[in-house]
Design a protein around this ligand. Structure first.
Ligand SMILES: [Zn+2]
Length: 280
């Protein structure tokens, strides 16, 4: 019986609302937090995820598109990674929206600042991001105390800044809810997977796929000598190379990663177009 009331707020339009959930839903998940799907027209016209802890506190809400699918590329089985931080600490303390923000920031090559007085936890946070991204993407993420931040305000004007994991500065407006669908889906996979080591492997695999597909898009653009790329042709190329269909929103996301993170490897920004008429 749905019986626990939760007060929730849409992360896109800030509309408030109340939902009722079954207590078994959250109780089953003894560690960490549970994601609950809020589909369109329950609170407002947006769909999103709310993350609830085992005491039924709403910890976070993340814009989410239930039609977004991550590419089902088969990955080679790996040995369990050497993990030098506490995954429970990550799952209990790091807000999903913060992880989404850091991923987006890294894919955009932003400098990221996290203002936090939780010195004892920063080690785990840094090790976590290094573990999931470190071999593939440069991480420009600095943890800093509040006192030090206030003392050096000017220096961080162009950073993507989070304070206690909440976004307080985003000059380039990269963290719009509509721009973070893929990152939200990746982070959801992490929180949804109950086994800690598996959840890290899944997260690493998803980030590996982003990197691998971005490399393939660069290869295609160079081969074709194109900056305007027909989406259907690119989709065909990726299917031949990786054996799976990549949907259009994911392909658009990869092109954005190429244009921002790998901008030095392409001559001009790539534009994805849908028909031959657009190509002219
Ligand atoms: Zn809304």
């Amino acid at each position: 019986m749905p019986n626990i009331p939760l007060n929730i707020i849409c992360p896109t339009c800030s509309k408030h609302g109340k939902i009722y959930v079954e207590d078994s839903l959250v109780k089953q998940n003894v560690r960490g937090i549970t994601a609950i799907n809020i589909v369109k027209n329950i609170i407002c016209e947006h769909s999103f995820l709310v993350y609830v802890d085992k005491n039924y506190n709403v910890r976070d809400a993340v814009s989410f598109d239930f039609s977004v699918e991550l590419p089902a590329i088969k990955m080679k089985p790996q040995n369990a990674p050497q993990i030098e931080f506490d995954i429970d600490i990550i799952k209990i303390n790091l807000l999903p929206s913060f992880i989404v923000g850091v991923l987006k920031g890294i894919f955009y090559k932003s400098k990221i600042l996290a203002v936090s007085d939780e010195d004892h936890l920063n080690f785990h946070y840094e090790a976590f991001f290094k573990q999931i991204l470190g071999e593939l993407f440069n991480i420009d993420l600095t943890f800093i105390s509040r006192v030090e931040y206030v003392r050096n305000l000017k220096q961080f004007k162009h950073y993507l800044i989070f304070q206690r994991q909440e976004l307080i500065n985003d000059k380039d407006k990269i963290l719009q809810p509509k721009n973070t669908k893929i990152e939200s889906a990746i982070v959801e996979e992490f929180f949804k997977t109950p086994d800690n080591t598996s959840s890290i492997i899944i997260l690493k695999n998803e980030i590996f796929k982003v990197h691998m597909l971005a490399r393939s898009v660069i290869e295609y653009a160079k081969e074709q000598n194109l900056t305007r790329i027909n989406a259907a042709n690119l989709s065909e190329f990726l299917k031949n190379k990786h054996g799976v269909e990549i949907n259009s929103s994911y392909m658009q996301f990869i092109v954005e990663v190429v244009n921002s993170y790998f901008s030095e490897e392409i001559e001009k920004k790539i534009k994805l177009v849908n028909s031959f008429i657009d190509l002219l």
